[in-house]
Design a protein around this ligand. Structure first.
Ligand code: ARE
Ligand code: CA
Length: 664
């Protein structure tokens, strides 16, 4: 079955390759597990990549590299014969290859041959224990490198090919010694089972010389990193006779239109100046682009829902060989991988390949690979599109905030299909029925998508279907229940709900816990109403009955006081509390009584130094006082002194930021 898939794939991409060799073919969709350790990749192949149908995984460079905490130290090789790197040892590499193959997943190794180590700030002992200095490595010495110079002019091909990228020693790829050294490395990895190679910085190697290296290595399946930029002397088309090339224009074009109008993406391909489909490796972002190395302008995981939709488009649209980027969260663009596990159990990893929509679209691409055309295109003239892939699959992408409801021609045979983008598993959501004439009705929420294909047909639930859910169950735990588990109820598709009784106080807080054992828990790190896995505790100083609602697809949640008319009144602040001597500086939640008008009744005793402030979250992080006693609040302003006695209505207008005290 595996063999059939690969042959079919190679043929459909128009590659003139036989079916005899499993490794010598492009596939359907692969993932770059950036900076993952070999042992963790092996497990990921078994539990996720294989079952979800990923065709291959691109691994970080396996060769020995210079020391230092940065991710890019791995792009500074020291030896091709010592294979101990930040990701593990040679034995672990071999074990990973074997385990991934057993799971039906190929391995593509990143190969850095053009530029060699120069960064010595963390010493001259490399990842495998070898010592080195620039132009002087365990197996190579000065004569194996071009003369010392730094690339300074992309308008001059000789400069781009023969000088050092960022000043790094530039391998003399015209010398047969150097060529043999690289070819032997490729042959060694091939013998270990590696199925293909990403040739890093191929743009900086003369095409004829790279071709010779590949010939000496018996032409393993490879793709070449050549960044196309107009006006430069070296262009991707000079390399496509050797192997497919990374098409950097693709991610830029997709990002530009997801930020513009995706109806334009109907024709994406050679007419846009992109390489022919069978020569193009495509990606929404890669490890450089997501952090602005080698240019930016792409969508990244930081764009969240738009990035999700762009990946869905890439995996649905018949152009190129798509690569899903999967890396870790960062703010510092040099930062190396997070400490601890290099896998999705560690919340520091983004794990894009596990996003339910992306993972399920891999199944779509596998099933539709034989129908290499766009059919039954529909758009609304703006940011809602839909298209089919022959009679194999159909996708609807809504890049607008409003819902989409359309009855569309799918081109698919009649039947009940799973909407593979409605839940975690392909068939965990409601079914979509294609009528005998090929028409089907789609209801797609804002910034969401729907997809159906013949490989995910259900047993036919169209009425009284089980509700869609990503989590099997969900609990809320907090100070209000002594951190025990309170089960939430699935009340609508992807919507969990329960009512909890809060007692107030600035240390009152809660979290969400899927299994009730903290193994998969959620908080809200930046207080934006969207949960993060293992995020920070959610503070709320309110008291009384609150309705907690969680959407397990978007991870949006809300905590709303029961009976409080929150939808009737608008406000700038999400909550507001009164804190002062009158309540011992505890939090008295204020209620919205009109648009922008918060109110609470306070009993003042007129004590000397009687004073108060207003606090948004109950933790003083955003509080308001009054610096000049003009009844207009300033953030972090001075305490408000008052000598009133008795019961007063305290009001705040959160638009004008005025406040008032009115005797009862
Ligand atoms: C690091 C430090 C540098 C230091 C250097 C030498 O950051 O300050 O001078 O080491 O000690 C990665 C990082 C680099 C890092 C390098 C080596 O991105 O920051 O340098 O590793 O550790 C060009 C190339 C293209 C390359 C991009 C980044 O053409 O091949 O630059 N991409 C690959 C990898 C990178 C890797 C390397 C190559 C090096 O994907 O991760 O670098 O092995 C225009 C041109 C492009 C050009 C681009 C940026 O767009 O058209 O061709 O890309 O500008 O210069
Ligand atoms: Ca070079």
């Amino acid at each position: 079955m595996k063999l059939t898939k690969r042959c079919l794939t190679a043929a459909s991409l128009g590659l003139a390759l036989g079916c005899a060799s499993l490794s010598a073919s492009a596939g359907t969709a692969f993932v770059h597990l950036f900076e993952w350790k070999w042992n963790d990749i092996a497990t990921e192949c078994e539990v996720n990549l294989g079952p979800k149908g990923f065709d291959a995984v691109q691994i970080s460079p396996p060769h020995e590299h210079t020391a230092g905490p940065y991710w890019w130290t791995r792009y500074q090789p020291v030896s091709f014969t010592n294979l101990t790197s930040r990701s593990g040892t040679e034995a672990e590499l071999q074990s990973m290859i074997n385990r991934c193959h057993a799971a039906g997943v190929k391995i593509y190794a990143d190969v850095v041959m053009n530029n060699w180590a120069s960064y010595q700030d963390h010493g001259n002992i490399a990842s495998g224990g070898d010592s080195w200095s620039p132009r002087n490595y365990p197996d190579l010495s000065s004569q194996d490198f071009h003369n010392d110079c730094t690339i300074s002019n992309y308008g001059d091909a000789n400069n781009v090919w023969d000088c050092g990228l960022y000043g790094m020693p530039d391998l003399h790829t015209g010398r047969s010694n150097s060529q043999d050294y690289v070819a032997n490395y490729l042959k060694k990895l091939t013998a270990m089972g590696v199925d293909g190679f990403r040739i890093d910085a191929a743009k900086h190697i003369r095409p004829s010389e790279l071709d010779t290296v590949m010939a000496k290595a018996n032409r393993p399946w490879s793709f070449l990193e050549v960044i196309g930029a107009s006006g430069e002397a070296v262009q991707p088309t000079q390399y496509t006779y050797i192997a497919p090339v990374t098409e950097f224009g693709y991610g830029t074009a997709v990002a530009g239109n997801f930020n513009g109008q995706i109806k334009n993406l109907k024709t994406l391909g050679t007419s846009w100046g992109l390489l022919p489909s069978d020569k193009a490796i495509v990606f929404i972002d890669n490890h450089d682009r997501e952090r602005g190395h080698g240019g930016g302008g792409n969508l990244t995981y930081k764009e969240g829902v738009k990035y999700n939709l762009a990946n869905i488009y890439m995996l649905a649209f018949p152009y190129g060989y798509p690569k899903v980027m999967s890396g870790y969260k960062f703010t510092d663009t040099d930062a190396g991988p997070p400490a601890g596990n290099t896998n999705c159990d560690n919340a520091q990893w983004v794990c894009q390949h596990r996003w339910a929509n992306i993972a399920n679209m891999v199944g779509f691409r596998n099933f539709t690979v034989g129908a290499w055309s766009v059919n039954n295109w529909w758009d609304n003239g703006n940011n809602q599109i839909a298209f089919g892939r022959g009679d194999k699959g159909f996708v609807v992408i809504n890049n607008e905030s409003g819902a989409l409801q359309q009855t569309l021609q799918t081109g698919l045979p009649a039947g009940d299909y799973c909407n593979i983008l409605a839940g975690a598993a392909e068939c965990s959501g409601p079914m979509i029925t294609v009528a005998a004439n090929g028409m089907a009705t789609f209801n797609v929420a804002g910034n969401a998508a729907a997809a159906i294909h013949g490989g995910a047909k259900g047993t036919g639930c169209t009425t009284n279907c089980p509700l869609a859910k990503v989590f099997p169950q969900l609990n809320v735990r907090g100070t209000f229940n002594g951190w025990s588990n309170k089960a939430m109820t699935l009340v609508a598709n992807n919507t969990w709900e329960t009512t909890i009784t809060l007692t107030g106080g600035s240390s009152q807080r809660l979290k969400l816990d899927v299994y009730g054992d903290w193994s998969q828990n959620y908080g809200d790190t930046n207080s934006d109403g969207i949960l993060e896995r293992t995020g920070a505790d959610i503070y709320n100083a309110g008291s009384g009955d609150y309705k907690l609602t969680v959407n397990d697809q978007t991870l949006a949640y809300s905590l709303v006081k029961v009976g409080q008319c929150t939808t009737c009144y608008t406000s700038v602040l999400p909550t507001l509390s009164f804190r002062g001597t009158a309540n011992g500086w505890s939090t008295s939640a204020m209620s919205l009584v009109a648009n922008n008008t918060w109110e609470v009744t306070v009993s003042f005793d007129g004590q000397s130094n009687q004073r108060f402030k207003f606090d948004v979250k109950g933790d003083w992080s955003q509080n308001y006082g009054d610096n000049n006693a003009d009844f207009v609040l300033e953030q972090t302003g001075a305490d408000i002194f008052t000598n009133v006695i008795g019961s007063y209505k305290v009001r705040v207008n959160d638009q004008s930021m005025t406040y008032s005290l009115t005797a009862q």
